[in-house]
Write a protein that binds this ligand. Structure first.
Ligand code: ZN
Length: 396
């Protein structure tokens, strides 16, 4: 399940971002080979509608082999009109074998089936089979944060195939067709940028490094293992400077030895769709993973300028002016770490109403129902929010 919470979690967050960066490097290598294959003639699905958002009413996804986690994430992707706008512009792979293995294409087929059919729910089995080609298995309880990262990496990698345009190169729409997907579009939509500062406490030397992340992995406990009380507290804690002393000291080139350092994180850029990962699965103190289900409210509207101090930001006025968010979706987990279930609460962007997507069952819900995922310390089976997806109020 999820990564470490609390003190050790602080060190983990950069590893996560690094992992992603390294994966991206490897993807570039992979793609070199595949780019040599004959380039597909531009072919797009003729019948895909504009948006996912409830055109024919909300459609569920059947649970095929414990796919509740996958189903919840798919619904979050599909209800995001900014994402489906990108997905619609992919080019259909030319060969049947490539079609079967292409994650964005299979995702588009599933979306089309959900939109065209008059069924209450459709089966994601073809999509799940496509994922199994990449070692994403059925009949396994996935961690939503990890599966989101895996899905996103697969989509990004496969959308980057030869058909992908390069931004800046001329690609004016011909015959009313949309431009092909730019990888920057997908990155712009989801990628967070932070700057890590490391300052030696003996001399004045400081290093800075920009890192991109797909989610903000927020600890829900502080370094004393006390529960943080609100989402805003978790954000402040994440961006709070940390002293690296004793066995956490780093080597300073100026001083020529290991010295205490001050590590801090500054927010550089926030994307259109911001995914926050509440690190409720805790590995600390034993090999046994336990779930932290305590009460942790999150707001419908989130202004990062009101949460972070000047020192915790490294951004210009234009960037910061856009840091106004509205809650779009909550991926909630119920049950224990070994036996659980996921569902997704999503606010329709066209109707501004909340829906609960629980596999094949979809129903309209109230904000009070969404708030029931805040958690409770004596919670045994009830739902707790695990991923929070916020959207910028004003698209740029
Ligand atoms: Zn030093």
């Amino acid at each position: 399940m999820g990564k470490r919470s609390g003190r050790q979690g602080r060190r983990k967050k950069l590893e996560l971002a690094l992992n992603e960066a390294m994966k991206a490097e490897a993807d570039v290598q992979d793609n070199k080979k595949e780019a040599e294959e004959p380039q597909a003639k531009e072919r797009r699905l003729p019948s895909v509608f504009g948006v996912a958002d409830l055109k024919n009413g909300a459609v569920g996804l059947y649970n095929v082999g414990q796919s509740c986690c996958l189903n919840s994430l798919l619904q979050v992707f599909f209800m995001n009109i900014h994402f489906t706008g990108i997905l619609r512009r992919i080019i259909v792979p030319p060969h049947a074998a490539q079609k079967r293995r292409n994650v964005p294409y299979q995702m588009l087929l599933l979306l089309e089936e959900m939109q065209c059919g008059k069924q209450k729910a459709v089966s994601p089995i073809d999509f799940a089979c496509c994922l199994s080609e990449y070692k994403v298995k059925l009949f396994v309880q996935h961690d939503a944060a990890q599966l989101f990262l895996t899905l996103w990496n697969l989509i990004k990698k496969q959308i980057k195939k030869p058909e992908l345009g390069v931004k800046g190169r001329s690609c004016s729409p011909v015959n009313g067709e949309k431009c092909p997907v730019h990888i920057e579009d997908l990155s712009d939509l989801y990628t967070i940028c932070v700057q890590e500062h490391l300052a030696c406490q003996k001399c004045s030397s400081e290093t800075k490094r920009n890192t991109s992340m797909l989610t903000l992995p927020l600890p829900v406990l502080n370094y004393n293992s006390q529960m943080l009380k609100t989402l805003e507290d978790c954000l402040q804690y994440f961006f709070h400077p940390e002293e690296l002393t004793d066995h956490n000291m780093c080597f300073c080139e100026q001083c020529g030895k290991r010295t205490p350092f001050l590590q801090s994180m500054k927010l550089v850029h926030l994307p259109q769709t911001l995914t926050i990962h509440l690190k409720r699965f805790c590995f600390e103190k034993s090999a046994y993973v336990h779930k932290l289900s305590h009460y942790l409210p999150f707001p419908q509207e989130l202004d990062f300028n009101a949460v972070l101090t000047e020192n915790q930001c490294q951004a210009g006025d234009n960037e910061k002016a856009a840091w106004q968010y509205e809650l779009f979706a909550v991926v909630a987990h119920s049950g224990s770490t070994s036996c659980g279930h996921y569902c997704a609460y999503i606010r329709s962007l066209t109707e501004c109403k909340w829906y609960c997507f629980n596999d094949s069952e979809v129903c309209q819900v109230s904000w009070d129902d969404v708030k029931s995922t805040y958690g409770h310390s004596s919670l045994h089976w009830g739902e707790t929010a695990y991923l929070l997806i916020y959207m910028k109020k004003h698209s740029q």
